[in-house]
Ligand binder design. Structure first.
Ligand SMILES: [Zn+2]
Length: 294
């Protein structure tokens, strides 16, 4: 087999086998995990690395699942702006031919091999072909960032945060040649929940944040600092990514928290974060963390 070049003139076209790289016969969503030491590596790199791993896996298996070339999307693409976090992410990828679940399992095993375990390839699920893309399904991102501040100071700021209607912060504006570099927004519009946990002598802020700001933007807004850069010295860990849930609809699959009655967030694979508790209540009720919620 060889590839065609524009300069190849005398080709017997009956010998050609066109390769379909665009049809989508199956769509998958896969839970992955990005390593901490590569937290500054952007998604464009990961997109190519993952595509290469899928091609190699397919060649190993002598299979013809076909990877739809431009179909690879990450849930964290929705952050757009210096997403220096590691940990849980989800990728969506389309296959050009119908494939059984067993074959997909075998393929992902080989992909795992070709990514040198750099991506923790986790659970996966088929996603309907007609449904919206993964980025549209990102509602909130669950982050954790270590901070160096004194506990009482942060607890006071959390209390202050809860009493404010607006907390001004500046966010970079993406794109547009003549667009301003940054604009002032209300940080609270992007934060669903924000709490502090203590592990030994170390303090971590945990938060459920809507896409656009990175977690350091929120730390800076909470602590009243103009720049988020100093907070980026500690790695931000992404613990999960959640889809929108309809608050009016009570159902068995999407339960409410037993402790605070909030809806328990549901991840990109449609699995609730916990069977009974929302993330901050889980920290309060089930873990040894000391929790300060402001
Ligand atoms: Zn709760």
């Amino acid at each position: 087999m060889k590839y065609l070049r524009a300069a190849d003139t005398d080709i017997d076209i009956t010998t050609l086998r066109p390769v379909d790289q665009h049809s989508q016969a199956a769509r998958l969503r896969i839970r992955i995990s990005k390593p901490e030491e590569l937290r500054f590596v952007g998604n464009d790199h990961w997109r190519f690395a993952l595509r290469r791993a899928f091609y190699r896996a397919q060649a190993d298996l002598n299979a013809e699942h076909g990877i739809a070339k431009r179909s690879i999307r990450f849930a964290s693409d929705e952050v757009k702006y210096r997403d220096w976090s590691h940990g849980t992410d989800y990728v969506e990828i389309a296959l050009t031919r119908p494939t059984t679940d067993d074959d997909i399992g075998a393929l992902l095993n080989r992909v795992r091999h070709h990514t040198d375990e750099r991506f923790g390839i986790g659970e996966w699920k088929r996603h309907p072909l007609t449904a919206v893309g993964i980025r549209s399904d990102v509602h909130t991102i669950f982050y954790e960032v270590e901070i160096d501040e004194d506990h009482d100071h942060v607890a006071n700021r959390l209390h202050w945060w809860n009493t404010q209607k607006t907390v001004d912060t500046r966010l970079a504006v993406q794109g547009g040649y003549f667009a301003p570099n940054s604009e002032t927004v209300n940080a609270k519009d992007y934060v669903d929940q924000l709490w502090l946990i203590r592990r030994g002598h170390r303090l971590h802020l945990r938060m459920l944040v809507r896409p656009r700001p990175n977690p350091y933007n929120i730390v800076a807004a909470l602590l009243g600092k103009p720049s988020w850069f100093p907070y980026a010295k500690h790695p931000a860990r992404r613990l999960d990514i959640f889809v929108p849930v309809d608050d009016r609809q009570q159902d068995f699959l999407h339960p409410s928290c037993e402790h605070c009655q909030r809806r328990i967030p549901v991840n990109i694979l449609d699995v609730p974060h916990h069977p009974r508790l929302c993330p901050p209540c889980q920290d309060t009720q089930e873990t040894a963390h000391a929790v300060t919620a402001g």
